[in-house]
Design a protein around this ligand. Structure first.
Ligand code: UDX
Length: 432
């Protein structure tokens, strides 16, 4: 039966959750305390880009199953009571890996104040281990269930409607009630894990550590591959045929970015430190990743003259998103711009965020372009950071014809082979 559900926080996870649940027939009451963001959502404008989400939000609003409010109190009044409250607010990270859970705590407090007695507070935000128990302690009358989110940006809707697993942490009875929400989505019972709060909380951090460490693993192999003159594309392809190794997250790159991997691996390190466990492995994943982002810089400083400019293709941390958080493009831009290079950046979706970042950090010598060709024209080096389809389809000979003499192509996602880039006239460097 369709339920009244309150989703707190219209950020990335909250909006995807709300739109998908509304599309699924539930009445969803979204609480977004930022009035500007709320008004834009009501006007049909999304604060970030995610394929298919604007349409889904529009459908939900048109069907009157998705509405936006400023407070939990307003939402529950309108709903005349909600059975589930999905908490999807941010947990900003400190540089030591600690997470600020104050927004989660405040949301849970509101739920405790304004919900009916049988309501369940579902924690979707990624939280440090121990948060659900902390919240239960602060609000003894509240039933809390963890439901960590495994959405990938760019694929979020597909990930929500076809999850590989649903993790629920808390009492068996409460978890089974939340399971019913997902039941029609996940018909295979084996995909449900009904576990303790701690297991659910740790499973999210552990999954992201595992994926992030695979990226660092292949990048480590890539560096040796480069030194030996071997091909990381082929080494990776060979490794991926081994079913014990698996096929995914083994593509060499300039390192992982985004809102989750860097933050969650750091949070894992922090949890180890707090519980007297040596975090050496997880720490090395972060450390290695930071140095990977700088892979091209030394070569550029040595070989690219400062009189030309550098064309930066892609500033988002991955394709199909406008998210630039922890993208390798930021480390590259920061170092090169401060070393005196002029940078002309182009991204199909994230120019606005990148421009704001440049302004906020007062980075000199950087311009953003709406058309790729304008960024590339006359460039002494082209640096590809993001593997957008638009870049994969580039005619390299045409690209080369736009650039300055002796242009170097730095391919941060190995989307081209050395031979095809050299045949087009580029001096080529990939990541391995
Ligand atoms: C990740 C998790 O996949 C998701 O389950 C979790 O809920 C949120 O964090 P996301 O950050 O959206 O999702 O991106 P993902 O597609 O996992 O990629 C993360 C980073 O790793 C990107 O910077 C990507 O470019 C990089 N990556 C990924 C590689 O460099 N090589 C690979 O082979 C795969």
């Amino acid at each position: 039966m369709n339920k009244n559900i309150c989703v707190i926080g219209a950020g990335y996870v909250g909006l995807v959750t709300a739109a998908c649940l509304a599309n699924f027939g539930h009445n969803v009451f979204v609480v977004e305390k930022d009035p500007t963001k709320r008004q834009s959502l009501i006007a049909g404008w999304l604060p970030f880009y995610e394929p298919g989400l604007a349409e889904l939000v529009g459908d939900g609003m048109e069907a009157a199953r998705l509405s936006f409010f400023g407070t939990v109190e307003e939402a529950t009044l309108q709903a005349k009571g909600c059975e589930f409250f999905f908490v999807c607010v941010g947990t900003p990270a400190g540089s030591d890996g600690s997470c600020d859970t104050s927004m989660v705590e405040a949301a849970a407090h509101d739920v405790a104040l304004f919900s009916r007695p049988d309501a369940i507070c579902v924690l979707k935000s990624t939280v440090p281990v121990g948060t659900a128990r902390l919240i239960s302690g602060q609000n003894p009358q509240l039933v809390v269930v963890n439901n960590p989110e495994f959405l990938k940006e760019g694929d979020a809707i597909a990930d929500f409607v076809k999850p590989e697993r649903v993790v629920l942490g808390g009492s068996r009875e409460a978890c089974e009630r939340v399971q019913k929400i997902y039941g029609p989505l996940v018909r295979n019972d084996h995909k449900f894990f009904l576990v303790s709060h701690e297991t659910a909380e740790l499973s999210k951090l552990a999954s992201n550590l595992a994926l992030a460490s695979r990226v660092s693993l292949i990048n480590q192999i890539g560096r040796l591959s480069q030194a030996l003159g071997a091909s990381i594309r082929d080494v990776s392809a060979i490794m991926r045929t081994d079913s014990r190794i698996g096929t995914r997250y083994l593509f060499a790159s300039l390192g992982f970015g985004g809102s989750c991997f860097p933050k969650d691996v750091l949070s894992f390190v922090r949890q180890c430190e707090l519980h007297g466990v040596d975090p050496a492995f997880a720490r090395s994943v972060i450390h290695f990743n930071e140095s990977q982002k700088l892979l091209f810089i030394e070569d550029i400083l040595k070989n690219v003259p400062k009189k030309g400019h550098i064309a930066l293709l892609g500033t988002a941390f991955k394709p199909n998103t406008d998210d630039i958080r922890d993208s390798p493009s930021l480390a590259i831009t920061n170092t090169l711009a401060h070393s005196g290079y002029e940078i002309k950046a182009y991204d199909p979706k994230s120019n606005a965020h990148f421009f704001n970042w440049i302004m906020e950090h007062k980075i000199p010598n950087v311009d953003c372009y709406d058309v790729m060709q304008s960024a590339v024209e006359g460039a002494s080096a082209v640096v590809i950071v993001t593997e957008w389809q638009e870049f994969r389809g580039i005619d390299l000979a045409m690209l080369h014809s736009l650039t300055a003499e002796n242009c170097r192509l730095y391919d941060g996602k190995n989307i081209f082979s050395r031979s095809e880039a050299e045949a087009a006239g580029f001096i080529y460097m990939g990541t391995g």
